[in-house]
Design a protein around this ligand. Structure first.
Ligand SMILES: O=C(O)C1=C[C@@H](OP(=O)(O)O)[C@@H](O)[C@H](O)C1
Ligand SMILES: C=C(OP(=O)(O)O)C(=O)O
Length: 438
């Protein structure tokens, strides 16, 4: 455990550049490891989750090397040629690594064991086991469809048409990645759109992938299997999920003005910016452009008097990882913020509804926890009292970073029980925060 009390501080002033997008970083390494030849990646997130993916791809035969800061070279083995790893793949804290790689190995003639930390070992894997079993893979999972588990790949796997029962980019991606080495057409039907990095990147690597909208408005994604992927040069844009903490920190800390450079603003990821603007947040997009096939801009954010709103549940998938940060913003807004439709938050690194409700209440915020969301009555800008003792983060990086931000806008500070999990997605977070408030 590495506890820290985050003290009131500010204003935040300056220019920052957040590390590369976690979702795109994982996929760059996975797809690079399946392409024949050298894929070069810059701006890769060097967080523990992505390093777990890199180690796994090495264990299955790819060459994955760091050539400089954020610069990586991947020599792939080709679709269908992954080797059976000699030891269990340790996925650490990373749900994305686990679920996407379970898909990938499901259509290879190998047997693969997956393990993870205490948080990951509580998370549901049945949601990927179900479609991957339909494709022919075999599973031996721990109770409740959890890690540790073993996947016996099918050879050949059977193409399926799968309608997602839950809005999850990880489940969608697991089926598509399994489809890469499956003869025929694999189809995923997505009634509620989720982040589309897999679709964009599979196309970029040369896969035959189509996306259409059916009569009910669902996205229908098809992928032609036994794909041959061509190596790519990828510049990973900054992670909007990491920028989120500094957006909220600047908005709630009087006198702040921060420029966050190079933030990915893919519409399937940008929901938090929309919601914070609806609350009265002053966030300007400067120099919009395209980086690595994704829309990107610099975000200029200034302290603002926020107002509580009812958050439309339809926007949730485009900001699914940003709710802990939004709950902090809502705690400082004037009036009531109502969120709903957030059942998925209960199966992330922690139960993010229960854990944020407890942490913010301990810091003196007025919170009501409902089954599928939180109702928060804000202070109208007055600082939160702060915590007496440490709040429990339950191995969840986003809880730790959100409560660090809450500490800035508190009277006595907020003590976080363990800051180590921050390194899973944002190793330089504390240095950046300290730099902006110095
Ligand atoms: O596909 C991805 O890269 C991710 C999908 C989301 O998970 P779900 O698919 O479980 O919603 C998100 O929470 C996670 O941080 C990254
Ligand atoms: C949910 C997250 O990641 P993962 O599912 O990859 O553990 C996250 O980063 O907030």
């Amino acid at each position: 455990m590495r506890p820290r009390r985050f003290l009131p501080a500010g204003p935040l002033k300056g220019t920052i550049r957040v590390p590369g997008d976690k979702s795109i970083s994982h996929r760059s390494i996975m797809l690079g490891a399946l392409a024949v030849g050298e894929t070069r990646v810059t701006g890769l997130l060097e967080g523990e989750d992505v390093l777990a993916t890199a180690a796994a791809m090495r264990a299955m035969g790819a060459t994955v090397e760091r050539t400089g800061e954020g610069a990586w070279s991947v020599h792939g083995v080709g679709v269908g040629a992954l080797l059976q790893p000699e030891a269990p793949l340790d996925m650490g804290n990373s749900g994305t690594s686990t679920r996407l790689l379970m898909g990938l190995v499901s259509s290879h003639p190998i047997t693969t064991s997956f393990t993870g930390d205490a948080s990951l070992s509580k998370r549901p894997m049945g949601r990927v086991i179900e479609p991957l079993s339909q494709m022919g893979a075999g599973f031996e999972a721990s109770e409740g469809g959890r890690l540790p588990l073993i996947v016996r790949g099918a050879s050949p796997a059977v193409p399926i048409s799968y309608r997602l029962p839950v809005a999850s980019a990880q489940v969608k991606s697991a089926v598509l990645l399994a489809g890469l080495n499956t003869p025929g057409i694999t189809t995923v039907i997505e009634p509620v759109p989720t982040r589309d990095h897999s679709e964009r990147m599979l196309r970029g690597f040369g896969a035959d992938l189509t996306v259409e909208t059916d009569a009910d408005g669902a996205r229908v994604i098809t992928l032609r299997g036994e794909a041959e992927l061509k190596p790519q040069v990828i510049d990973v844009p900054g992670d909007p999920s990491s920028a989120a903490f500094f957006l909220v920190a600047a908005l709630i800390t009087p006198g702040s003005e921060v420029l966050i450079e190079n933030v990915g603003l893919n519409p399937t990821r940008a929901g938090l910016v929309t919601v914070l603007r609806q609350m009265g947040g002053d966030i300007a997009e400067v120099n919009p452009r395209e980086v690595g096939g994704e829309p990107v801009a610099d975000l200029l954010v200034k302290h603002s008097a926020l107002k509580g709103i009812e958050v439309d549940p339809a926007i949730a998938p485009s900001m699914i990882d940003e709710f802990p940060a939004l709950f902090v913003a809502a705690s400082l807004a004037e009036g009531v913020t109502v969120t709903s439709g957030l059942d998925e938050l209960r199966v992330k690194e922690s139960d993010r509804l229960a854990v944020m409700a407890a942490a913010l209440a301990a810091a003196g915020a007025r919170i009501e926890e409902r089954e599928d969301g939180l109702v928060i009555t804000g202070t109208g800008g007055a600082p939160l009292p702060g915590t007496a003792g440490p709040i429990a983060t339950h191995l969840d990086h986003r809880i730790a970073m959100s409560m660090a931000v809450a500490g800035l806008a508190s009277r006595d500070g907020v003590e976080v029980d363990d800051t180590r999990p921050i390194a899973t997605s944002f190793p330089v977070f504390e240095a950046m925060l300290d730099g902006l408030t110095a």
